[in-house]
Design a protein around this ligand. Structure first.
Ligand code: FES
Length: 331
């Protein structure tokens, strides 16, 4: 790709607002294979353009520690360091190296339409991988947004690297069947009464990525009941697989994306909805959906089996962003 083509592609991507990206995502969503439909939206919720903008407005965008502190960012909020690991919960991660390479040789973003550009690249990925285009569509959207956020240099450096294992099995039907399969208590509910327990898969790629929740127990509490230390995965997890701190909806540590079984969590309350909005986590949630994609684990009680993925960072996107900009004189 020539320098001029790179500049043109990046200018095109940079001209798209968060709303443009979400609109494009909605447009392509029905064409994304069901195995990655929710996962693609969750990735976009975990990595909103607002976060990138806040960090890039720091006086030192290379080392935006001060603004990260003002936004109370915890965990790993640097997408540059997670180019190949942030996508691992998508099935399309199997095609990740191909997606990166295809994005980098795509000079044709000039069609001027984001959704059309995503589709065009995804077609080429699917043809090269000899798979149905629906399987490469979500991960291609992620690839373009990744390029938009990290820029050419880090993206090019990582272009041949595969997604960080473990990955999902290479059989989408098997994954969907597993997500829909009921645990033993789900099958024999009439026998169990109030003592039912549910499977909460917090990482469906891992053999040990499942905990049990008592009927009506929230996910944060169920995770804490394991008494296990997961700091080898993420320093925010000293007491269970889900990062938690306050357990009452105040801190924003425990936000999760629900890949399957959303209807098996208690419906979202006005309080939780307001907290998600406050933290800036609600970009892909529909305001009317009683069982939205993004939840707070400490506010979500289990009434059936669920499959989750956990955000690698937490913070206060909107309020601290504005405050931080004022304080740093960049507003
Ligand atoms: S643990 Fe603080 S919001 Fe859930």
């Amino acid at each position: 790709m020539t320098v001029m083509e790179k500049t043109r592609l990046l200018s095109f991507l940079e001209a798209q607002s968060q709303e443009d990206w979400l609109r494009a995502l909605e447009e392509i969503l029905p064409s994304i294979h069901p195995v990655d439909r929710e996962a693609t939206r969750i990735w976009f919720a975990f990595w909103p353009l607002e976060l990138r903008k806040a960090l890039s407005e720091s006086p030192d965008p290379e080392e935006p520690i001060e603004i990260a502190r003002l936004m109370d960012l915890e965990g790993n909020w640097r997408l540059e360091e997670q180019i190949d690991s942030s996508v691992s919960f998508l099935f399309g991660a199997h095609y990740w190296a191909r997606v990166k390479n295809s994005v980098l040789v795509e000079p044709d973003a000039t069609a001027g339409f984001l959704a059309a550009t995503i589709r065009s690249i995804a077609q080429k990925v699917a043809a090269a991988e000899r798979v149905d285009p629906s399987l490469g569509l979500g991960i291609t959207a992620v690839g373009l947004m990744m390029l938009r956020q990290v820029g050419f240099e880090p993206f090019e450096r990582a272009k041949d690297a595969k997604a960080t294992p473990p990955l999902l099995p290479k059989d989408p039907a098997r994954i969907i069947a597993k997500r829909e399969r009921k645990s033993a208590d789900g099958l024999f509910t009439f026998l169990k009464g109030v003592n039912r327990k549910w499977d909460v898969r917090w990482d469906e790629k891992r053999e040990d990525g499942v905990i049990r929740a008592i009927n009506g127990q929230d996910i944060a509490m169920a995770g804490g009941d394991t008494g296990s230390d997961y700091r080898h995965l993420d320093y925010r997890r000293p007491a269970g697989p889900v990062p938690v701190e306050c357990r009452v909806g105040s801190c924003g540590y425990c936000w999760i994306g629900v890949l399957a079984g959303r209807e098996n969590l208690t419906p979202i309350t006005a309080f939780e909805r307001e907290r998600l909005r406050y933290f800036g986590y609600d970009t892909v949630n529909s305001p009317d959906d009683p069982n939205p994609l993004i939840r707070l684990a400490c506010q979500s009680q289990c009434q059936g089996d669920v499959t989750l993925t956990i955000s690698p960072w937490n913070g206060e996107l909107d309020r601290r962003h504005d405050q931080g900009r004022k304080k740093l004189g960049t507003a």
